[in-house]
Design a protein around this ligand. Structure first.
Ligand code: PGA
Length: 250
């Protein structure tokens, strides 16, 4: 059966000192016997030092992005193998900030998902509609396209190493959380898409996280929904106390 996962996405925040001390504080407060899989995604320059602080803690390390080529003249990009070599076992792919600010397409996302799997990195595939798309009742159309493209070329046996994060763009960093009912409806829809692409057993084994203004005050009711298997946490993951409370809620 699928696992509960809580991932901290630190985005472009922290510096070397605050990143390592945040990792240490989370490590200290984390109960190793927890049934929740926890990972931290610090900014790229801090992957190695944060990874060192997490060694033996049971907390995994994830990248916020990756490129899909093995190596080459791609100034500024980071190859999957490089991430593996500094201890990453997860990589966020297709975050809405990558899609909207940096112009990542569904094609890029698909290539990155495939590259991650080829290098034994578990992709956390982000999908979600914008406010305008929701108002125009395009939510399911958008989710359908994003999921179909992201899982294109992914075999059933590989699909369960993928994690999906439903992050309605209008809820990210805005303080507007989707209600548990709205989130559950989208999660259920995503699960059904995975059933139709693969089968029930496979779909039941893929963790689908919710992201978008998750806080200690709303985590519990979100995570109580049957198809919400944890969270991708931005702002609240920068406070060790808030992040640990959210892990407890999962
Ligand atoms: P937020 O970000 O929790 O700050 O809304 C979530 C995300 O972007 O992954």
């Amino acid at each position: 059966m699928r696992r509960r996962i809580v991932a901290g996405n630190w985005k472009m925040y922290t510096d070397l000192a605050s990143a390592t001390s945040l990792a240490e504080m989370i490590r200290e407060g984390f109960n190793q016997s927890s049934s929740v899989d926890v990972l931290l995604c610090p900014p790229t320059p801090f992957l190695l030092p944060v990874g060192e602080r997490l060694e033996g803690s049971g907390i995994a390390l994830g990248a916020q992005n990756l490129y899909y080529k093995k190596e080459g003249a791609f100034t500024g990009e980071i190859a999957p193998q490089m991430l593996r070599s500094v201890g990453c076992t997860y990589a966020i792919v297709g975050h809405s900030e990558r899609r909207t600010i940096f112009g990542e397409s569904d094609y890029d996302v698909k290539m990155k998902v495939n590259a991650a799997i080829d290098h034994k990195l578990r992709p956390i595939i982000c999908v979600g509609e914008t406010e305008g798309e929701r108002e125009e009742e395009m939510t399911y159309k958008v989710l359908n396209r994003q999921i179909r493209e992201a899982f294109d070329g992914i075999f059933k046996e590989e699909a369960t190493s993928c994690v999906v994060a439903y992050e309605p763009v209008w809820a990210i960093g805005t303080g507007k959380t989707a209600t548990p009912e709205i989130a559950q409806e989208a999660h259920r829809f995503i699960r059904e898409l995975l059933v139709s692409k693969y089968d029930q057993v496979t779909a039941d084994n893929i963790s689908i996280l919710y992201g978008g203004s998750v806080k200690p005050t709303n985590a519990q009711e979100l995570f109580a929904q049957p198809d919400i298997d944890g969270g991708l946490i931005g702002g609240a993951s920068l406070s060790s106390q808030d992040f640990l409370t959210i892990i407890d809620a999962a």
